[in-house]
Design a protein around this ligand. Structure first.
Ligand code: ATP
Ligand code: MG
Length: 559
C-alpha cells in the first residue's frame, strides 16, 4: 500500500484535529529526544519512524534533541552512535539540539520560579523527601523548608550552582501540591547537585535539571508542536503542563505532550540499561554485536534500513503496549533482501565430490544469474571442475524416496551446472563420509538447450569448486534469549534466560566472487539464507555473519 493510502494512526488524527482547530501546518514541528546513555535499539526505531514519518507527511521539521541532563551516564560516544544510526536509517533532522544548551535559560527560569514563590530549596535528604511523598491514597507531608524565605532559597540555589554544597545536601523543588492525586505533582525535584563533568558543558555546571524540568522547556524553546513520548510518561503530562503554565508566553506556540505505546520485541530486551549490562558483562562483544537488538547490531547483522523502516511501519503506532514476535522483524529483512541481495554459492559444512568422468585439470566458467528477482542484477561466472564441495547433509548413501538430494545411484542437478549421479563413497575408520564419487552427464549443462539439460531431476544442490574455493568464517547467530519475554519474569533476572548457543562459528567454502565483497555487502547463500560481510572481514580472511536463514526454523520447531 502506498504511504498516502495507509489509514491515519491515532497520533496523525491528533495532528489533523489540531489543524482543524486552528494550528497552521507551518507551525508543526516534532523531535526525537534520545538520552545519550547507550545505543539506539529497535524500540527507538519505532519512535524515530513515528516522528520523522510525521515530519515527512506534514513537511514539518524534526529536531534531533539530545536529552543530556545526567552526566553520570552520558557520553560523546553515544551521541556519535545515535547520529550515525539515524542517518543510516535514512532520516534527516532539521536541527541538532542539546538540552544542555538550555542550562542557562533553565536556570534563569528556575530563579524566576523561586522569586514567584513556585519553587524552594529543600535541605532534607533524598530518603526523607521520598518518605514524605505519601502514597497514592494518602497525602504527602510538607517539607519543613517548603516555606523558607525566598531570599534564603535564592542564596542556597546560588551556592548549589557554584559548587559550594555537596551532592544530596540540597535540592530545588517545585512548590505544587503535596496532596495531589498525582504523586509527580507532590513538589517534584527540579535540580540536584552532581559533581561530574558533562560531555559538553565540562565542569561549568554543578547542578543538573531533572527530566521533567528540562524536557517540556526544551520543547518550548525549540517550539516543538507535538512532543511524543511513550506511555509511561502519561502521568508526567500534568507536570509538563504545570511547568509550561509558569513560563508560557501566549505569543508563542505551546507544545503538547502526547503518548504512544512502547514497542517490545520478543526474545530480546529493549532497554539501554539492560543492553549495557550485556556489554559490560561480556555476554556480547559490544553494542554492535550482531545479536544485539540495537540499530548498529542489526546493521552489522545485515539488516537494511528499509527492512527496519518497513518493520516499524507495519507494526504501526499503538495505544497499548504489546510484544512483537522477532519473526516479524526477520520476515521484513527476508522480504527486502530477497529483492536486493545477489545470490552466490557457499557450502557451510563441506564434503568433497569427485566427478570421475570429468577430465583432470579442466575448468569451466559457467554463467550464473545473480538474482532471479531482479533482472538488472545480471550474471556472473562460477568455476566448475572435477572436485567440488557440497553440503554433507545433501548426501546419503541410502535414503527414502522423499530425500530429493544426492544418494547412490540417483541423479541431482548442480545449480547452474550439470546433472550428476552418485556412484560410490569413501569413509574414514569411524564411518564418516570423506569423499563421494560421481559421474556427470556432459550434455546436461544448465541453459545449454539440449534435451539432457531439460531433463527433470528432483533435487538441485549448491556447490563450490574445490581448487577455486575461498575459505570463509561464517558466524551463525541465533536468538540471544531462549524465551519470548526474558524481562517479563518478576522472580528471575533476564540474564538467566540467555541462549548459550546464540553463536556458532563454522568454516565454509565459498565461490571466488566473495573476494570482491566489502563490509556490509549482503548476499544470499543459495538454499541457506542471507549473509553479510562483517567489519572484521578482509580479502585474506573473509568473515560472514548470517542475517537470517531462508526459512524461519523456529516456526518449524513449533509445528
Ligand atoms: P531505554 O529504557 O532503552 O533507555 P528510554 O525511553 O529511556 O529507553 P530515550 O533515549 O529516553 O530512551 O528514548 C528516546 C525516545 O525513544 C523517547 O521518546 C522514548 O519514549 C522512545 N522509546 C524508547 N524506547 C522505546 C520503545 N521500546 N518503543 C517505542 N519508543 C521508544
Ligand atoms: Mg531513559
Amino acid at each position: 500500500m502506498a504511504k498516502e493510502e495507509a489509514p491515519l494512526h491515532f497520533i496523525e488524527h491528533i495532528v489533523e484535529d489540531d489543524l482543524k482547530a486552528g494550528y497552521k501546518q507551518e507551525e508543526l514541528k516534532f523531535r526525537f529526544p534520545p538520552e545519550p546513555n547507550g545505543y539506539l535499539h529497535i524500540g527507538h526505531a519505532s519512535s524515530i519512524c513515528l516522528n520523522f514519518g510525521l515530519g515527512e507527511r506534514y513537511k514539518a521539521p524534526v529536531n534531533l534533541r539530545f536529552d543530556d541532563t545526567n552526566p553520570t551516564k552520558e557520553e560523546q560516544e553515544f551521541v556519535d552512535a545515535i547520529k550515525r544510526d539515524i542517518e543510516w536509517l535514512g532520516f534527516e533532522w532539521a536541527e541538532e539540539c542539546y538540552a544542555s544548551d538550555y542550562f542557562q535559560q533553565l536556570y534563569d527560569w528556575a530563579v524566576q520560579l523561586i522569586k514567584d514563590g513556585k519553587a524552594y530549596v529543600d535541605s532534607q535528604t533524598s530518603i526523607l523527601i521520598a518518605e514524605q511523598k505519601g502514597t497514592p491514597n494518602e497525602p504527602g507531608i510538607e517539607s519543613p523548608f517548603r516555606n523558607r524565605p525566598v531570599e534564603e532559597s535564592l542564596a542556597l540555589f546560588e551556592k548549589m550552582k557554584n559548587g559550594e554544597v555537596k551532592e544530596g545536601e540540597h535540592v530545588l523543588r517545585a512548590k505544587i501540591d503535596m496532596a495531589s492525586g498525582n504523586m509527580l505533582m507532590r513538589d517534584p525535584v527540579m535540580y540536584r547537585v552532581v559533581n561530574k563533568a558533562h560531555h559538553r558543558t565540562g565542569s561549568n555546571w554543578k547542578i543538573y535539571p531533572m527530566y521533567d524540568w528540562a524536557h517540556g522547556q526544551s520543547d518550548y524553546l525549540e517550539q516543538v508542536s507535538h512532543s511524543l513520548c511513550t506511555l509511561e510518561f502519561l502521568p508526567h503530562r500534568e507536570l509538563y503542563d504545570w511547568f509550561l503554565d509558569q513560563l508560557y508566553d501566549d505569543k508563542k506556540l505551546r507544545p503538547k505532550q502526547r503518548e504512544f505505546a512502547r514497542r517490545n520485541l520478543s526474545h530480546t530486551v529493549v532497554s539501554k540499561r539492560k543492553l549495557a549490562k550485556l556489554v559490560e558483562e561480556g555476554v556480547v562483544t559490544g553494542w554492535d554485536d550482531p545479536r544485539m537488538p540495537t540499530i548498529s547490531g542489526l546493521r552489522r547483522r545485515g539488516y537494511t534500513p528499509d527492512s527496519i523502516r518497513n518493520f516499524a511501519d507495519s507494526i504501526g503506532v499503538g495505544k497499548r503496549e504489546n510484544m512483537i514476535d522477532v519473526s516479524h522483524l526477520e520476515f521484513n529483512v527476508r522480504e527486502d533482501l530477497n529483492k536486493k541481495a545477489p545470490r552466490i554459492m557457499a557450502v557451510l559444512d563441506p564434503v568433497k565430490v569427485v566427478i570421475t568422468n570429468y577430465p583432470e585439470g579442466k575448468e569451466e566458467w559457467l554463467e550464473a544469474e545473480n538474482n532471479q528477482e531482479d533482472e538488472s542484477a545480471g550474471y556472473r561466472e562460477v568455476p566448475f571442475s572435477r572436485e567440488l564441495y557440497i553440503e554433507k547433509e545433501d548426501f546419503r548413501e541410502e535414503a527414502n524416496r522423499k530425500f530429493f538430494r544426492l544418494k547412490i545411484g540417483k541423479e541431482v542437478r548442480l545449480k547452474n551446472a550439470y546433472i550428476i549421479k552418485a556412484e560410490s563413497c569413501t569413509k574414514d575408520s569411524e564411518g564418516n563420509i570423506t569423499e563421494i564419487q560421481c559421474t556427470y552427464d556432459p550434455e546436461s549443462k544448465s541453459g545449454s538447450g539440449t534435451e539432457a539439460s531439460q531433463r527433470k531431476v528432483k533435487g538441485t544442490l549448491h556447490w563450490v569448486s574445490v581448487p577455486h574455493a575461498v575459505p570463509a568464517e561464517v558466524r551463525l547467530y541465533d536468538r540471544l534469549f531462549t524465551v519470548p519475554a526474558p524481562d517479563g519474569d518478576k522472580e528471575k533476572d533476564f540474564m538467566e534466560f540467555l541462549n548459550p548457543n546464540s553463536l556458532q562459528i563454522v568454516r565454509a567454502a565459498a565461490e571466488p566472487s566473495v573476494k570482491d565483497l566489502k563490509e556490509g555487502d549482503n548476499v544470499q547463500f543459495q538454499r541457506l539464507g542471507y549473509f553479510v560481510i562483517d567489519k572484521e572481514s578482509s580479502p585474506e580472511a573473509v568473515i560472514f555473519n548470517r542475517t537470517v536463514p531462508l526459512r524461519d526454523s523456529w516456526a518449524k520447531l513449533k509445528d
